[in-house]
Each structure stands twice: as C-alpha cells, then as structure tokens.
Design a protein around this ligand. Structure first.
Ligand code: KG4
Ligand code: ZN
Length: 352
C-alpha cells in the first residue's frame, strides 16, 4: 500500500510517501519521500508556537512540499491519503485537513484521518526491527512537547495507557526552562547542547512524584523550582521575570551547570518510572518516541538500564523522533490492519 501522509498538528508542515506491507506481526515500511518544512524560525521570536501563524504557514508550505514530493513520485500509484486529525493545535490541524480534502478530490484517492500520538507510539517501526515479537510486552514512553505518556503494549494491536503527566509535558518543561535561561525556542535541543559539558549535580532539583506508586509524571513544579532558584541565587525581583524571561545574565559556567541539572531531573523522572513499569509489567523492552526522545542523555540512560536489566531497546532514528509525516503513514497503516478508524475532523484533544 502506498500512503501519502500529511502532518500539520504543530509547527512542522510535513508530507511523506511511504510504502507499507506485511501484517501486524511484521509490518514493513519503505520511506520513498519524507519532506518537512519547519516553522521554528518564524515562531522563535514569539518564544513558542502561535496557532494562527502556524495555520498560515502550513497553508503556504504544504503545496510546496507536495510539489517536491510529486516531482518524481506521484506517478507511483497512491492507494490512500492520510492526514493528522489530532491531537494538536486546532487551527494548524484545520489547514492540513482542508489541504488533504482538496487533494483527495483532485486526484480521486480516498482520504482518512490519522492519530498523531499513535504515529509517535509506532514510529520505532520505521527502522523495521528484525524480530518484533521479542519486544512484547513492551513499555512505550511517548515524550514530546505536548505529551508524556507511558503505555503498556502487549503487541501492536493491543495497548493501554498506564501513566501520563499531570501537568506540563517533559518537552514543555524543557522549553519553559530554556526560556527562563534566555535560550531560544525550542528549548529541548538548546538545553541538551548547553548541558553537554555542565555539572548535573550543581542544583538538586526535585523529582516530583518519583516515590508515588503510579506511572504518572509532574514537571510544572520543576520549572517553578528553577524560577525560585534564579530569583534567590541572584537576588532578583519577581517583576523582573515578566513573561518568563530571566533578567539576570548567567555566566556560561552557571548556565551550563543549571541546564545540566535541570535536564538530569527530567531524565531521572522519565527513566525511573519507565524502568519501574517494565519491572511491574514484566516487559521485554522499552521503546521511546517523540521530540524529547531525540535527547541523547535520555536515550543513553535508557540504553544503559536496558543493558543492565536485559531489556531490548528501540527508538526512531534522528529526525523521526520529532514531528514528521512518515510516522503518520505508520499510524495509518497499523490502524488499517487493526481495522480502526480516526474521524476526519480536527480534534485538538484526540486521545490514543
Ligand atoms: O514530537 P515533537 O516534535 O512535537 C510534539 O508533538 O510536541 O516534540 C517537540 C518537543 C519540544 O518540546 C522540543 O523542545 C523537544 O521536543 N525536543 C527535545 C529535543 N529535540 C526536541 N528535547 C530534548 N532534547 C532534544 N534533543
Ligand atoms: Zn508530536
């Protein structure tokens, strides 16, 4: 099956052409095209994604991406078009859905909705793991700017959410911390870059909910803790922190140690609860996905505990962690095999 997939849920406009075959025991994906137009530079000056600007930019970018994809490949038979219905920013979702509807009419190919979260959940399949069975039961950590979820997967068709963040997502916490440290948006990769040579024991940030016997997370207190730390350590005034910006100039040393300490607290919380879930559910593997899964500190820590605990580990490669359309084709194909449908209607809060 050739799937032309479209993603526009946040600040990446993306179109992919993916060939999918096989059944739920061994689905195989071949990416023929994977185009992404990032809007990061446009949103950066606002310190975050502005929904209506995202919508406008998707409307500009999607036709350009389609032209690039269709230059050589649209002659190949497309069996299905799919577009992200949610979750995400509704104005951004509308633009993708409208674009997909028009295209579907023009080229007379059926169109279906797709779930962005399932795209992240199953995106490890894009690297076509040799034997899938050995991974199950698996504990999946979906960790992005909008979500932090722990999911128990019995196989590709059967899964259950076992925990999630009670407030901010891990990526959101990193983005907010970066803002407080006067680092540009998106903050996750910036914190990672700055933290690389920092001392993670510089500040002892809290690890909220770590000792509670559940698989939930909480990251908003961590951000508040950073705010208090900056205020107290530098004798600043609350009003100076207007719109989340730090008025204090930190030396490069203090900046990297602060970033390393903050990142370590986030990684620690994620790793501890994920490992506990694998033990409680007697899982054979940990699979991770979502923008924060691109973080090498998190990945390396998880790889280490997987080795220590004889668990398999899988994660998408590089650009397939952050938002992309290839994972939307995966979500579409697996749901097609499961006989599940996602309504073709923008739903900002669509669940797994
Ligand atoms: O999956 P994604 O592209 O979009 C959502 O569905 O939210 O994730 C974006 C999030 C942002 O919060 C960004 O700061 C974070 O992923 N992120 C990272 C890294 N790359 C992206 N966080 C930590 N380390 C990274 N290398
Ligand atoms: Zn995402």
């Amino acid at each position: 099956m050739f799937i032309l997939s479209i993603e526009s849920s946040c600040d990446e406009s993306a179109i992919a052409l993916v060939e999918a075959k096989g059944d739920l025991s061994k689905p195989i994906f071949k990416i023929h095209e994977n185009r992404i137009a990032s809007q990061i530079n446009i949103h950066r000056e606002f310190g975050g994604v502005v929904p209506n600007i995202a919508k406008r930019e998707h409307e500009i970018n999607l036709p350009i991406l389609l032209k690039e994809v269709s230059k050589n490949k649209l002659s190949k038979k497309i069996d299905l078009i799919s577009v992200t219905s949610g979750p995400g920013l509704e104005p951004a979702l509308w633009s993708g859905i409208e674009f997909a509807k028009k295209l579907s009419k023009e080229i007379d190919i059926p169109l279906v909705g797709a779930n962005h979260l399932k795209g992240h959940l199953w995106s490890f399949l894009l690297s076509n793991p040799k034997s899938l069975n050995k991974f199950f039961p698996a504990i999946a950590l979906v960790v992005s700017g909008g979500h932090t979820l722990l999911i128990k997967m019995d196989d590709l068709a059967h899964y259950k959410k076992i925990g999630e963040t009670q407030d901010d997502a891990a990526g959101e916490a990193l983005d907010k911390a970066a803002r407080l440290l006067n680092l540009p948006y998106p903050g996750g990769p910036e914190i990672e870059r700055v933290a690389l040579t920092g001392n993670k024991n510089f500040i002892d940030f809290p690890r909220p909910m770590l000792h509670q016997k559940n698989y939930n997370f909480s990251f908003s207190g961590l951000k508040t803790s950073l705010l208090y730390h900056l205020k107290n350590a530098h004798k600043a005034d609350w009003k100076d922190f207007n719109s989340g910006r730090n008025p204090i100039h930190l030396s490069p040393e203090v900046l990297k140690d602060t970033a390393a300490s903050f990142q370590a607290a986030v990684v620690d919380s994620l790793v501890t609860k994920t490992l506990r879930a694998t033990k409680d559910y007697q899982a054979n593997s940990i699979v991770i996905s979502g923008g924060v899964a691109a973080n090498l500190s998190l990945r390396n820590e998880l790889i280490k505990i997987c080795k220590e605990n004889k668990l398999y580990f899988s994660a998408p490669e590089g650009i397939y962690n952050t938002d992309n359309a290839a994972m939307i084709a995966v979500s579409t194909y697996i749901d097609y095999l499961r006989n599940k449908k996602t309504p073709l209607k923008a739903n900002g809060n669509l669940n797994l």
